[in-house]
Design a protein around this ligand. Sequence first.
Ligand code: 4AD
Ligand code: MG
Length: 425
Amino acid sequence: ETDPSVVRLREGDAPGTRVRVLGRVHRLRQQKDVIFLTLTDGYALTLTLETSLSIHGEMRVVPPQQRAPLDRELHADFFSIIGVAAGDKEAITTRVPKDADPQTLYDNRHLVLRGDTAASVLKVRAGALRAFRQTFQEERLLEVTPPCMVQTQVEGGSTLFSFDYYGQTAYLTQSSQLYLETCLPSLGDVFCVAPSFRAEKSLTRRHLSEYTHIEGELDFITFADLLEHLEKVICRVIELILQDPHMAALVRELNPGFKPPSRPFRRMKYADAIDWLVQHNIPNDDGQLHLFGDDIAEAAERKMTDILNVPIFLTHFPVEIKAFYMKKDDSDRRVTESVDVLMPGVGEIVGGSMRMENYDELMEAYKREGIGSEPYYWYTDQRKYGTSPHGGYGLGLERFLAWMCGRYTVRECCLYPRFTGRCTP
Ligand code: 4AD
Ligand code: MG
């Protein structure tokens, strides 16, 4: 009853009730004269996987050791075929064989979705979205829905997708952060769930061109408050997902080793991470040891996270390698009040920071970034009309799911992945 995709029975149907179910042949198991799913012989030999059927019969409860979905069997006395699924060369198992190469899987993603694993991940995804929304409600963040067509960058010009907007250049949003900041004065703390777009040049297992970005922005807070909020949100979301027995079973199946994180998360400053990487002889992508000021490469970051094997708050990144809007640390002006949340198996799943609240400092930051301040007038205005200490973060839903569901790549964690060179199906 908790999983509507298994059989369409009405809640409360008692054993012995006559029912009619509609569905597709998901598994065919043939025994001497019985075919499971519960069809008797004859016609059944012509059945192909994914054929859709209407079945009339008597619903019976069976012992758990029979491993029937929901411990129920439908003893059919009449069935009719609605749509025959292609067989032979066109059979679904031929289109997507067990050992299919990745390209075949991506080309046939619409058929792959009918498999148990893909469906389970998407169900957990829905559960996660529900849990995030509930958590934000508990934390009193209001949902807003910012536009995706924009004329400003947030995370650097190199990953912008641009397009023609009535004769002007516009971009697909990289992050809704700047808009969320403008909501604080009137709406208080806010969040959004929206697609973000990045024209990533490299093919990696954790980069998509379009991903689902869950972003939060909090007013009148300190950096310590931001970290505490992040821990609370992540742990509460996991708790809510696993509270649902159906979700818990899916996660257990997908990722048997998954352990909910415990608070507080380990805190590590960027400078200490650099030392740690040097000590452990983990080089950067160019084969050299890391120096203060270097971007930590994806592989090195993941290696460190896997060795430490706990969630990590990596904080205080140097000004030069972080976005223009990030507030500098008053006690060390070389670094920012910034945080990445790193999870074993994936690495960064969240990026956040306190925001520059000072007008002059922000004008200076535009200059340093090499962008004109004019298109940002609406963002700058926040510092003119009652500025405030505030901060926020963005969480990549697909990376969160890759971590929770133990998937190798974020491409398995969305409906139809978009990445370098792929925009179909
Ligand atoms: O670290 P990022 O770039 O931070 C921001 O966009 C901030 N403006 C968010 C904010 O403060 N409101 O991106 C945030 C997160 C990353 O930690 C990662 O999980 C995800 O977004 N992300 C991607 N996920 C999949 N594919 C990509 N190409 C991603 N780029 C970022
Ligand atoms: Mg980041």
